[in-house]
Design a protein. Structure first.
Length: 101
């Protein structure tokens, strides 16, 4: 088995090439090797993610998403003519039909 070509910095979790003795965050490779040789500690519990959010968070998100989708759908609908009462004095002129020959 070939040796790994990089080591993982315990502070910033970057992959650092083997030829680099110091990570960008300032951790030395010897410190990383010392940490790797120690018994592993309990890892911090990761955040639950989206599935762990309560209903009180999901409900406003769903309502906001539905409102955005509905408003975008309304932008693409053709405008409807107004069915209101026409203004006084306004005459809608329709072109006269041409007589057929």
């Amino acid at each position: 088995m070939t040796p790994p070509t990089s080591w993982i910095c315990p502070n910033c979790r970057r992959r650092v090439p083997r030829y680099a003795a110091v990570c960008h965050c300032g951790t030395r490779q010897t410190e990383a090797d010392a940490v790797a040789s120690e018994p592993t500690k309990l890892a911090r519990p990761r955040a639950g993610g989206w599935r762990q959010l309560p209903l009180s968070v999901w409900l406003p998100l769903v309502i906001a998403a539905a409102a955005v989708i509905a408003s975008l759908a309304l932008l693409f609908l053709p405008p409807e003519p107004s069915l209101g009462i026409p203004l006084l004095g306004r005459i809608e002129r329709v072109p006269t039909p041409r007589p057929r020959r």
